[in-house]
Ligand binder design. Structure first.
Ligand code: BG6
Length: 467
């Protein structure tokens, strides 16, 4: 019986343009929602200034300057043996305000180079079309609340699908699409928390995604298009049926996005909720068919932690994407940023999602945000990161060997240190490669290999056998 990770398993790492590229005004780039978010810190939210305030510091403006270092960075990924690099294309490099008719050639040229560099090393590019980088120029339309933005997005997606035909096969339409329910600004430049507004915006993104899937298949039948779920997985705080019901409600709130993208229609529980709350979907003729015809080829998700849900304790801590995870799971340790470390939950989540959708799965984010220190010899001993990743990979292997889950890839988050999305800090590091930049953007930008760099290289070399 064949055991272990399948041949061709997509080992690699994942980044987002706004968290690594910098060069925020270069080569005709416009401003995105990420470019007007200041740096916060643990417990201090990032401020959204909506325009650039020269007196403030915005981490996306230079980030780790991947825009100018991408050749060096991808060479380091290749040295670790990456089979896949997940990155996002910054919409505002291609359409600076989001709504232009013609793309910015210089922006496209940059990604030609990034993609060609990957291909030179035999690294499969996995492109996220939209990763928390909505053009600020779309705010004049109310961003995703306006149906016109669906067409602007389709123009952008078509430009990419045609330009990179034959080079890029794996696509993700929206990063963590369910973030619309927790941080609507991040998910799509939505300035309101009103549920009618966020559900309208979510509907437009789901529609845009479904139409993109259809278009991608028409342009190149080889294309595989996935959805991306912010992997919120919850346990009930107790066996009390009320806690169980609350857990199911929490999961429904998060999972309906997957239901639409994987099954092609809004689930009954969501439609009933809309009815109760008087929420209306701005449906046009043909939309329901589009959702049906635009289901995804694979489900990808981020997995960092698990939540505990119930009625007893007050929820006071803001965890991943603003979801309140006030309960402490007594069986689990937490990261320095308070995220519950739960490797076994990864296997559970793989089963949970596969049972529900029967689609190939891919973990496109996982990792430990931690503070790293350089010792007197210039080395970075990040055994805590190795331990975290090792335990998670072990559980993935069990999910393949014991449960028969069709897992096609694993791209750990931030294989090179990048800006944190939730806090804007640089000191919350995930990488195998250290970048000498601090929380205020000072440093030499020098890249250094951590212990985990050599460890991950062996993991990939052995196709997950040597951990
Ligand atoms: C996911 C996002 O929510 O989590 C990434 O897709 C983000 O953009 C990652 O960076 C880790 O979160 P953080 O806040 O530690 O950077």
């Amino acid at each position: 019986m064949k055991q272990g990770f399948p041949e061709g398993f997509l080992w690699g790492g994942a980044t987002a343009a706004n968290q690594c590229e910098g060069a925020y005004k270069e080569d005709g780039k416009g401003l995105s929602t990420a470019d007007v978010m200041t740096a916060g810190e643990k417990g201090v939210p990032r401020e959204i200034t909506k325009r650039i305030d020269e007196s403030k510091y915005y981490p996306s403006h230079q980030a780790i300057d991947h825009y100018h270092h991408f050749k060096e960075d991808i060479a380091l990924f290749a040295e670790m043996g990456f089979k896949c690099y997940r990155f996002s294309i910054n919409w505002t490099r291609i359409f600076p305000n989001g709504h232009e008719a013609e793309p910015n050639e210089l922006g496209l040229k940059h990604y030609d180079d990034v993609i060609d560099t990957c291909l030179q090393y035999g690294i499969e590019p996995l492109v996220t079309i939209s990763h928390f980088e909505t053009p600020l120029g779309l705010l004049q339309y109310n961003s995703w609340q306006n149906r016109r933005v669906v067409d602007f997005f389709l123009n952008y997606a078509e430009t990419l699908l045609k330009r990179y035909k034959g080079k890029v096969k794996y696509w993700i339409t929206f990063n963590e699409i369910n973030v619309m329910s927790t941080k609507p600004w991040m998910a799509g430049g939505i300035e309101s928390n009103d549920e009618q507004d966020t559900m309208t915006a979510a509907f437009h993104q789901l529609l845009a995604s479904a139409k993109t899937v259809q278009m991608a298949h028409e342009i190149d039948p080889q294309n595989k298009v996935g959805m991306m779920y912010a992997g919120h997985i919850a346990y009930p705080n107790s066996p009390d049926p009320e806690d169980m019901q609350m857990t199911m409600d929490f999961m429904h709130k998060m999972l309906f996005y997957c239901d639409v993208q994987c099954r092609g229609y809004y689930p009954a529980y969501k439609l009933k909720e809309f009815e109760r709350k008087g929420i209306e979907l701005p449906l046009h003729a043909g939309d329901l068919e589009d959702l049906k015809n635009g289901t995804v080829d694979f489900l990808s998700y981020s997995y960092y932690l698990t939540h505990v849900v119930g009625k007893e304790t007050s929820l006071d801590f803001q965890g991943l994407n603003g979801v309140k995870t006030g309960y402490t799971n007594p069986s689990l340790d937490k990261s320095d940023w308070g995220w519950a470390i739960d490797p076994k939950g990864l296997r559970y989540s793989l089963n949970y999602l596969y049972d529900r959708y029967q689609l190939p799965l891919m973990i496109v984010e996982n990792g430990l945000g931690a503070i790293d220190t350089i010792d007197e010899n210039g080395d970075i001993h990040d055994s805590y990161r190795i331990d975290y990743l090792k335990e998670h990979i072990r559980e993935m292997k069990k999910a393949i060997d014991i449960d028969g889950i069709p897992l096609i890839g694993y791209t750990s988050w931030g294989p090179i240190d990048i800006i944190s999305a939730s806090t804007g800090e640089m000191s919350k590091r995930y990488g195998f490669i250290y970048v000498d930049v601090d929380d205020n953007g000072n440093g030499s930008f020098k890249r250094m290999k951590k212990d985990s760099f050599y460890w991950y290289k062996k993991v990939i070399e052995s196709n997950g056998e040597v951990l």
